[in-house]
Design a protein around this ligand. Structure first.
Ligand code: NAP
Length: 307
């Protein structure tokens, strides 16, 4: 592949996928897109992307196809289901799956695709919706080294740190480690903010004074202000984090590793799901469970269900 105009495809245009695909278009590449709910593609179609009715149609014309869908069964559907990529597979096609899914399933998918001459890179991301919009994602890649080198220039349009971490599934395993950090960081942020709040310290003061110190974190800097203004819109939905923590615990079970902190965060997210009628809020809504445990009333700017 050359560094000029490429034929690319993108499947899954939600919170993350839509802005990531937008960067590929903005760089001048030809882009064919598909997602389950077509209305989510409208902005990209207006910018020059071409709509495809199935993942197979995307794959038919592309050198590299990106997927950014929800969970392991969704990736399986896009790859191997009716109208799936494999039905249009050409030898040499590279699929870059940026979704967060099971490392073991990734290895299985990769082996099945290899029979068609198709390379699958697992390339999960971190950096959140902000990183997707600003093209500052960290992208951790597993799979064939030559395929990675071919895909790297395009990955660089969406992220600022692109790292090949090992064989198929290695990217997803590193992402599982990342989700442990995310889950426990937002718990720490919520507990610190709850104590400050109960003591009459403004949440903005906590974020400002502590943000640059040893207790500072991405979660405090990015989610702290959202909590302070009662904004629980996702970002990163709790139901997706619960999906990721399930993947983490499956991997930990297979490796006989105990992860008690992660299990606690999982249970607290479950409490938020019960309190708010589902998992559609952002993970910063962990704050709701922490307040509830101490029977602390939510502040005036905090809507009952946080939406
Ligand atoms: P999202 O907004 O729900 O986007 C997922 C998109 O994939 C939706 O538009 C969905 O369609 C589409 N989709 C799902 N299954 C499909 C299928 N079989 N065929 C075609 N399209 C399908 O979620 P997101 O926040 O962008 O997250 C996407 C992935 O990135 C997840 O694996 C998540 O864990 C991971 N991730 C998210 C973040 C974050 O901060 N949000 C950060 C890092 C990684 P519908 O619109 O019809 O539902």
């Amino acid at each position: 592949m050359n560094a000029t105009r490429r034929n690319l495809g993108f499947i899954g245009l939600g919170i993350m996928g839509a802005p990531m695909a937008g960067h590929l278009l903005a760089a001048g590449h030809r882009l064919e897109v598909h997602t389950r709910t077509k209305s989510k593609a409208v902005a990209l179609l207006d910018q020059g992307a071409t709509w495809c009715g199935t993942p197979a149609d995307v794959a038919a014309g592309a050198e590299v196809v990106f997927t950014m869908v929800t969970d392991t069964p969704d990736v399986e559907q896009v790859l191997f289901g009716g109208g799936g990529i494999v039905t249009a597979a050409r030898s040499g096609l590279i699929i870059v799956d940026t979704s967060t899914i099971s490392p073991q399933a990734t290895r299985d998918f990769s082996a099945r695709l290899a029979q068609h001459g198709v390379a699958l890179l697992d390339a999960p991301v971190t950096g959140g919706d902000i990183g997707a919009r600003n093209a500052t994602l960290t992208i951790m890649v597993g799979g064939d080294t030559a395929a990675f080198e071919q895909a790297r220039p395009v990955l660089e349009l969406m992220g600022k740190k692109i790292v090949h971490v090992g064989a198929s599934g290695a990217g997803q395993m590193l992402k599982a480690c990342n989700q442990i950090l995310c889950a426990l960081n937002i718990l720490g942020v919520s507990e610190a903010l709850a104590l400050a709040e109960s003591s009459g310290i403004a949440l903005e003061t906590v974020i400002d004074v502590l943000g640059g110190g040893a207790g500072g974190s991405w979660a405090l800097a990015n989610y702290g202000p959202r909590i302070a203004r009662g904004d629980y819109a996702p970002g990163f939905m709790i139901r997706l984090q619960q999906k990721d923590l399930r993947i983490v615990q499956e991997a930990a079970q297979a490796a006989a590793i105990a992860l008690p902190g992660t299990a606690l965060a999982q249970q607290l997210f479950r409490a938020v799901e019960s309190l708010t009628g589902g998992g559609d809020l952002g993970t910063q809504a962990m704050m709701k469970a922490v307040r509830q445990l101490s029977n602390r009333p939510p502040p005036a700017n905090d809507a009952p269900r946080g939406a």
